[in-house]
Design a protein around this ligand. Sequence first.
Ligand SMILES: [Fe+2]
Length: 187
Amino acid sequence: MTPDAIALLRREHDLIDRIFPVLEEVAWRVDHGRNLPDGVFPEVLDFLNNFISRCHYVREEQQLIPALTAAGVDTNSGVAADMLDDHRKARLIFANITRFGQHLEQAGSGQEIGASVRIFDSLMRIHKRKEDQILFPMAMELLSDAQMEAIALGFTEMDAKGEPFRGSMKRYTDIAGELEERLEVSL
Ligand SMILES: [Fe+2]
């Protein structure tokens, strides 16, 4: 029995939610000249670039969307196209945060990171709602059990390739917990 593909994507969404208070705290500290504990910023970037962008988004883009296309859903417009557009915007925001993070000590970096965080926060809240409330229910209604199993198998094949897929829930749950503890924030 393969794991439930949609349940995994929903669990990843819940984990992604935990990065928002962390990002807010990082931006606040940088903005107010407070030191960040060693290693915090690289872990934040790891979470954004590897877990969200290269793992979660890729699972949706390479497994879920092609399955919906095969089921006759027009993925060039509507909620699926919106979702892909949100991913593109989020990746631009991650690139900005990565770039500003290379100059954390420079005045203005905190404001720039803060601005990117706020844009990402509002984008992701709407994005998650669209996926959780429209896209995932649509997939569950339109895709057969066999198609859903094929997506889950696709995820398993991704996991077999190694990082960033294999063990990602455990690794990034640990990283989120460590970031929350070191920055004294929680969801
Ligand atoms: Fe998603």
